[in-house]
Every structure is written in C-alpha cells, then in structure tokens.
Design a protein around this ligand. Structure first.
Ligand SMILES: [Zn+2]
Length: 144
C-alpha cells in the first residue's frame, strides 16, 4: 500500500514535529510523557484520499492514530449531526476541547470536539489512569 508518494522524509518529519511541538494533536500527550516517538498522522487518512504532504500531516500518539483509523467524520450525540473530525493543523485545540476539573478527561466544547472525543476514544480508561498519575506529579494538564 505504500509507494514513493507516501514517503515522509526525515526533514519533513522533523519540520512537522516542530510545528506540533512534539505532542499529539488530539490528546496533547507529549513525546516526553510517551517515552517514544509520536507517529505521523494523515489528517485526512490516505484511505480517504489524503495525501502525504505537509498540509495533511501532523503528529499523533499511537493510540489516537489507531483509534482514528480511516475515519474523517463522526457523530456528535448532542446535536445528532455528523461532523468532520478535529483538524489539529487548521483548528485550535482550546476552541474545541477543554479539560474536566480534575484534568484527567477531555471535554468537547463544540460538535467537532465532542465527536472527536468519542471517535478517538480520547478518554479511554488506560489514558485516564495515566493522566491521574501525571496530575499528581504536577505534569498535567498542559497549560497551553
Ligand atoms: Zn493522542
């Protein structure tokens, strides 16, 4: 399934990592907390025709990337609409999401945010447990 057009050069990967500030565009987990390199996310998945070009690439953690899969849209239960998933390159995280009071769960503030929280399982049980530890250590939630 891969050919030359799928290739992400080391230079492009480094450029995108800098733009994304070495953190997942969806759950904001940093490479430091993850302890391994983040993956390159095709914002519009290749299966949906997304190209391997800078404007379609961002960083994502393995979990968010895996849960996202080939999805481009998801349902917002509050409004019953299907809406495009959050685009970490074009959209501002803080406009669409916020942390709950304990800093362990991501809440959607908009239809796009709510749909993305569910589609990417941004509050899966394992990550909520990890966030609890990070909060206790004073490492979480991110302040920007
Ligand atoms: Zn993530």
């Amino acid at each position: 399934m891969s050919d030359a057009s799928d290739f992400v050069s080391d230079a492009l990967r480094a450029h995108i990592a800098l733009q994304a500030r070495y953190r997942c565009g969806y759950c904001l987990r940093s490479q430091e907390l993850l302890g391994m390199p983040l993956t390159i996310d095709h914002i519009i998945p290749q299966a949906a025709g997304g190209k391997t070009v800078e404007e379609n690439l961002w960083l994502a953690c393995h979990r968010c990337n895996g849960f996202k899969g080939t999805q481009t849209h998801a349902a917002d239960l509050a409004t019953g609409t299907r809406i495009g998933l959050f685009n970490p390159r074009r959209q501002n995280w803080n406009e669409h999401f916020e942390w709950n009071q304990t800093g362990t769960e991501i809440l959607g503030k908009t239809a796009c945010g709510r749909a993305t929280v569910i589609a990417l399982k941004l509050n899966n049980p394992e990550i909520v447990v990890a966030r609890r530890l990070w909060v206790a250590a004073g490492w979480w939630p991110p302040q920007d």
